[in-house]
Design a protein around this ligand. Structure first.
Ligand code: RB5
Length: 351
């Protein structure tokens, strides 16, 4: 994928920014220069803010900021929700800031590093990918801090929905993601009154669980944990699990072949992958006994982790189920049960 880079500096980082522009041009990378455009004194928070906001809005993949020390621009950029700005003056930190911290902004000090070292730092930083896995969980915790503090009003702390483990019993909150998902799924199956052989449909954005935008940071490790939790609960209740693939596969679903046969579901030919299907569907395809992919389903209840939209696979009439638990990781949680339609008007008898 071609990276879109946003670049800015104050006066003290101006010459370093110009050097970095040369490097980006040599490497054939596209960038937008948010200023400043001369060595005349300006206030670094203005340039840092412009780049950080553009990256946070998704208009650019990465940002590079320079000031005298790199400190001021890093501090300012890190105030913008969604920004993880890393001040790096060596290549080890630059690489690790990507692998471990998924830094989306690099800060450099024009009065600290020379142009040759800065070029190496930038090259390494741009080439290195986020490792995901356990690091995704830690990034999710950073995002949780951000969301909680963003919702303080007039000094009074108002926790938003994504307070870590909010609504879960203590022992479950202290457990892993699989235990948390299993708890929520069991509660849903209980409230929804599912019987053996019924279907639970699940949609999940592992990116949202990790505090990232849906589709931007899929994690197979998180997908496997979510699946483990769902399988624990559905096996206990002897309910079929249908895992929704992402929009790129038209929200097709991974199910056991047995469920497809019993319900007469229409099969489609595709094998879910991380970027076309999603992490949970990929994990499900690997873990089910005889997985098949079907185009649609009429499930008896649904669990949606990260607003993936599962409504199209629920039987009418779908009814929301509201638990104390509102989030899994940083992802918003929506639960639904279904009931038969009440038909017949005034004369009808329902019991
Ligand atoms: C400007 O003199 C300097 O304070 C600024 O470039 C930066 O180093 C701030 O952190």
């Amino acid at each position: 994928m071609r990276l879109r880079i946003a670049l800015a500096s104050d006066h003290a980082g101006f010459y370093l920014k110009e050097e970095i522009k040369k490097l980006l041009e040599e490497e054939g990378l596209s960038y937008h220069d948010f200023g400043t455009y001369s060595p005349e004194a300006v206030d670094y928070p203005d340039q840092a803010r412009a780049v950080a906001e553009a990256v946070a809005r998704g208009e650019f993949d990465r940002g590079i900021l320079c000031c005298g020390t790199g400190i001021g621009v890093a501090m300012a950029a890190n105030k913008v929700p969604g920004i993880r700005a890393a001040l790096c003056h060596d290549t080890y930190s630059a690489r690790t800031s990507r692998e471990h911290n998924d830094a989306n902004v690099l800060a450099l000090g024009g009065r600290v590093v020379g142009p040759a070292l800065a070029r190496e730092i930038v090259s390494v930083w741009l080439k290195t990918q986020f490792s995901g896995g356990r690091h995704a969980r830690r990034i999710a915790k950073i995002a949780e801090i951000e969301r909680q503090y963003s919702s303080r009003l007039d000094g009074e702390e108002v926790f938003c929905g994504c307070s870590p483990g909010g609504g879960l019993p203590q022992e479950v909150r202290e457990g892993d993601l699989a235990a948390q998902v299993a708890y929520v799924a069991r509660e849903l199956l209980k409230v929804a009154g599912l019987k053996p052989g019924d279907i639970l449909v699940a949609g999940c954005s592992t990116s949202e669980i990790a505090g990232q935008r849906i589709g931007t940071a899929s994690s197979l490790e998180i997908g496997e944990q979510v699946l483990q939790g769902l399988l624990e609960a559905t096996r206990e209740y002897q309910v079929y699990l249908a895992v929704q693939c992402c929009e790129h596969l038209n929200r097709a679903l991974v199910v056991e072949a047995q469920a497809a046969e019993i319900y007469g579901l229409e099969q489609v030919t595709v094998v879910p992958a991380l970027k076309a299907g999603g992490a949970l569907a990929t994990a499900a395809y690997r873990a089910l006994h005889r997985p098949v992919v079907v185009s649609s389903i009429k499930a008896h209840a649904g669990i949606d982790i990260g607003d993936t939209l599962i409504g199209m696979h629920l039987k009418p009439v779908a009814v929301p189920v509201r638990l104390e638990v509102k989030t899994i990781g940083c992802a918003h949680l929506t639960l639904a049960r279904t009931r038969p339609a009440l038909i017949g008007g005034e004369r009808a008898v329902y019991r």
